[in-house]
Design a protein around this ligand. Structure first.
Ligand SMILES: Cc1ncc(C[n+]2csc(CCOP(=O)(O)OP(=O)(O)O)c2C)c(N)n1
Ligand code: SF4
Length: 313
């Protein structure tokens, strides 16, 4: 049963205020939602990135739960080691079974790119942990560089838009599908504004016997170039334009958790952020058309996955 808003407000915060994430950053919102849904006792590992840097500046910490800093690339390995040590202690009778939950957070740079092989290994070994990707579509902590999650046409500091190149040349990696191909018990895509959807997914992830992965879209006011008050609006637009469909893969069964009957054009999303400002010029119309084609192609593929699951389930 998903917790009610009242129950959530009555819970202790796993991540306190006083951290130095930007005003309007979705990362702290997502982390608080995740920790509310997971409950206690919990142990968290955190890859280097905005979340880790802004919440653990020595000698202070914003974390009210056991928390381990990890290198940029291996939060999944770190939490696997903790989980394995816990299981061993319980097995040897040196610690009672406390139903501890293990959670790793990593940005998209840490997850899509530099930590992918460590994550893949941890999923294959079947550790019981939840991996949350805070996907802000770029390496934001080190100054807004492109990542494997950045979509075509995006301005970043490593794909600056100019006369020759209109932003990032490539589309993005479908990481959620790559993770689903590991055939772990639970995989999902979620977004910061859809709190109930996210909390339900985290509760399901916490209940499975094995690894779980949730890719959460995390708007970044600095890197995406929008007013901090618009974070939730922009998160919602990503879903309504089908740029970021909400779905889950539960024991191999794919299911949409939000069905947009009247999708908005991707231009609505592009217009909402200055990182796409150059795409609205007539000479870059072909890039916008390509983005729409990619979104439509991914949506059609996802629809096929979902209906196939219904037929075979
Ligand atoms: C092996 C390694 N390479 C590079 C860095 C420098 N570095 C620290 S954080 C970061 C970017 C993090 O990006 P992401 O994982 O997307 O998280 P975000 O900051 O966007 O939340 C980089 C490149 C590092 N710490 N370790
Ligand atoms: S740069 Fe972006 S991701 Fe990093 S703290 Fe600021 S808003 Fe959040």
């Amino acid at each position: 049963m998903v917790k009610t808003l009242r129950e959530m407000t009555e819970q202790a915060e796993g991540l306190s205020s006083g951290h130095s994430l930007c005003a309007g950053c979705a990362e702290s919102i997502i982390v608080r939602q995740v920790l509310h849904a997971v409950g206690q006792p919990v142990v968290v590992a955190c890859a280097t990135g905005c979340l880790e840097i802004a919440t653990s500046r020595f000698p202070t910490t914003a974390w009210n739960v056991p928390w381990i800093h990890s290198a940029f690339e291996n939060a999944a390995s770190t939490i696997s080691g903790v989980e394995a040590a816990y299981r061993a202690l319980v097995r040897k009778g040196r610690m009672p079974e406390k139903n501890i939950k293990f959670v790793a957070f990593g940005g998209d740079g840490a997850t899509y790119d530099i930590g992918l092989q460590w994550l893949s290994g941890a999923l294959e070994r079947g550790h019981r942990f939840i991996y949350i990707c805070l996907n802000n579509e770029g390496y934001m902590n080190t100054g807004i560089q492109r990542s494997g999650a950045t979509i075509q046409g995006t301005w970043t500091t490593t794909t600056p838009a100019g006369k020759v190149v209109p932003g990032k040349p490539e589309w993005r990696k479908d990481l959620t599908a790559i993770i689903a191909a590991h055939h772990i018990p639970y995989v999902a895509q979620a977004a910061a504004h859809a709190w109930k959807d996210l909390e339900t997914k985290v509760e399901k992830a916490a209940a499975v016997d094995g690894p779980a992965f949730i890719n959460v879209l995390s708007p970044c006011t600095r890197g995406w170039r929008y007013d901090p008050s618009k974070t939730m609006e922009i998160s919602k637009l990503a879903v309504e334009t089908r740029l970021w469909p909400l779905f889950e893969v539960e024991n191999g069964v794919w299911r949409l958790t939000y069905k947009s009957t009247a999708p908005k054009p991707v231009t609505d999303w592009l217009k909402s952020q200055d990182r796409f400002g150059h795409l609205l010029r007539p000479e870059n119309e072909h890039v916008v058309e390509s983005i729409q084609r990619n979104v439509d192609r991914e949506w059609a593929w996802l629809q096929r996955q979902c209906s196939l699951a219904t037929v075979t389930a």
